[in-house]
Design a protein around this ligand. Structure first.
Ligand SMILES: C[S@@+](CC[C@H](N)C(=O)[O-])C[C@H]1O[C@@H](n2cnc3c(N)ncnc32)[C@H](O)[C@@H]1O
Length: 211
């Protein structure tokens, strides 16, 4: 049933995509996971939350490099989580939930990461404050997503806004940093880069400012 609720649209879109997601998007997902891990400050004792973990590609990469780190993934779509569960070690915890209403107690995580998910969030300010709630004081937030600084991404954004069912919006690095800072974080750095001729990405790193 068509619906105007952004959460329903995301759930429908990814329930339908789950079975083919890894093969259809393998280059893109592997390249963005690799780029994110290379920019992720993670110690073996850290507790990390991957929001919008999808089929678990980033978590699998992290668990191979940091077997002692405590890794958790959250995603609203059961079909995506089922694939993640099959590929990940049982020590990696998976939960169903939305970035805007995370199913975790306060101050649980040292690092929160989100890869290829930020442009879906309908209420980014709510989500960023919710992420801050679950981060320890001075915890770190790392966002990898499409980067509106690149013309091609702005074109894809415009197309997806017209025809995509679940798409929200793409941000320029400056816009993303301003949004995150307003929610109570300090920018560590933002970096933009291309993974091929088409895809321009950014990875932006932040620290939660203690209240
Ligand atoms: C493009 S996929 C990315 C999956 C994975 N992070 C990756 O890089 O392959 C986007 C994922 O974000 C999830 N998602 C969308 N909106 C979300 C929200 N508001 N909160 C949490 N997850 C969300 C979707 O269910 C989907 O699994």
């Amino acid at each position: 049933m068509p619906t105007n609720d952004p959460h329903d649209r995301i759930t429908q879109e990814y329930a339908g995509l789950a079975d083919t997601y890894d093969t259809r998007w393998s280059f893109y997902v592997d390249a963005t996971a690799r780029a994110t891990v290379a920019r992720l400050p993670l110690c073996d004792s850290d507790r990390l939350l991957d929001i919008g973990c999808g089929t678990g590609v980033l978590l699998r990469r992290l668990s191979a490099i940091h077997p002692a780190a405590r890794l958790t993934g959250v995603d609203p779509v059961p079909e995506m989580l089922a694939i993640a569960r099959r590929r990940l070690p049982s020590a990696v915890e998976l939960q169903r939930g939305w970035a805007e209403t995370l199913p975790f107690a306060d101050r649980q995580f040292d690092v929160v990461v989100s890869c290829n998910m930020f442009h879906y969030i309908a209420e980014p300010d709510t989500a960023l404050r919710e992420i801050k709630r679950v981060l320890r004081p001075d915890g770190r937030l790392v966002i990898t997503d499409w980067c509106g600084d690149y013309l091609m991404c702005r074109v894809l954004d415009a197309y997806q806004r017209l025809f995509g069912r679940a798409h929200g919006r793409v941000y320029r690095t400056r816009e993303c940093a301003a949004l995150v800072e307003q929610a109570g974080y300090a920018t560590v750095d933002t970096e933009r880069y291309k993974i091929d001729w088409r895809w321009g990405l950014m990875t932006a790193r932040f620290t939660a400012i203690s209240d």
